[in-house]
Design a protein. Structure first.
Length: 330
């Protein structure tokens, strides 16, 4: 049976949970708009506006684990967001656009040539295990990545190459249970609307597979070579302008990320990026696989042949996953 808190402990908990508003020196309303001003024993009426200010944050969890990390993806030729009549159709969405999932914006579409500012904070390189489409799709788990002496990813124990469970005449790297294993990087950072206003920074995530790893290495190479004030930069020191580019092969086309260095971040924005880095490094913030499973859908692009492989909602694998499996050089 849980230990009953002492009166002092109960009072301490109550004080912690109470909102604080410096210009309204009152305790929360006792009902009917009445409050007890601090240091008095007499109830007086206070306006609803003052009571609302005094209740700032009440009932809202500020724990990072209780918040979605918005997801940013690319719209390919058969992405459901550009298909009229699809449940996922978004008005105005086109092949090559960028989609913002779970962002507080009325329009989730950013045009690929316009792009957005992005501050990289942290990255994760894992094997992501997906259920086959016939089994309901979705992410099963993430497996930490290990590398051999050449720097190539080492498949998880028991993994094997076999027929792709969802795509005819294709092969995939499979787990012992027959799930699809995809070499995946997750980038955590800030979507920034105004480089001079840190209040416009929104923590978000980008998923990369296949040739997306090359995109990550390009950004990482730029960061590794930059020096500011006689020191090597951190990821949080720079802003990048992310846009999209089309690639073509054998009559097929698909969209990939591209970037340009936008310059240094302000001190305030650096602080926000570093806080996000700490949250991921400590495990306080993790990749929400449920949100990723919902956001990553559409088609797979085989970058070896340029062939577009329709998958559909809840398919196992990521939007730009490359099948058959080819080891990515780390």
């Amino acid at each position: 049976m849980p230990k009953k808190p002492t009166e002092a402990e109960a009072q301490e908990t109550q004080v912690i949970d109470l909102p604080v508003q410096e210009d309204v020196a009152v305790q929360p309303a006792t009902g009917n708009g009445l409050v007890v001003p601090a240091g008095t024993g007499q109830a007086v009426a206070v306006s609803v506006a003052d009571r609302r200010r005094a209740a700032a944050g009440v009932g809202v969890s500020q724990n990072v684990r209780d918040r979605y990390l918005p997801f940013i993806g690319l719209l390919q030729k058969t992405s459901p967001q550009i298909e009229r009549g699809s449940d996922s159709y978004v008005e105005g969405a086109e092949f090559g656009d960028i989609i913002l999932k779970n962002f507080p914006f009325p329009n989730p579409i950013v045009k690929g040539d316009a792009g957005f500012l992005f501050q990289l904070a942290a990255s994760r390189h894992n094997w992501v295990e997906w259920r086959p489409k016939r089994a309901g799709g979705g992410i099963v788990r993430q497996i930490p990545m290990t590398y051999d002496s050449t720097g190539a990813p080492v498949p998880p124990n028991g993994a094997r190459i076999g027929p792709h469970p969802d795509i005819r005449n294709k092969e995939a790297l499979l787990s012992p249970e027959g799930h699809i294993l995809v070499d995946t990087r997750y980038l955590a950072g800030n979507f920034v609307s105004d480089a001079n206003d840190p209040l416009t920074a929104i923590p978000c995530m980008i998923s990369l597979t296949s040739t997306g790893h090359r995109f990550f290495r390009q950004i990482n190479t730029v960061l590794s070579q930059l020096v500011m004030d006689g020191r090597r930069v951190s990821a949080m020191d720079r802003l990048f302008h992310l846009t999209t580019q089309r690639r073509e092969k054998d009559g097929n086309s698909w969209v990939e990320w591209k970037f340009a260095d936008h310059g240094p971040t302000s001190d305030d924005l650096w602080e926000l990026g570093f806080k996000l880095y700490e949250q991921f490094s400590s495990g306080e913030k993790v990749v929400d696989t449920e949100a990723v499973s919902e956001a990553v859908q559409g088609e797979v692009i085989d970058h070896e042949t340029g062939e577009i492989l329709p998958r559909g909602k809840a398919a196992g694998g990521a939007v730009d996953a490359s099948i058959p499996f080819a080891p990515d050089r780390h």
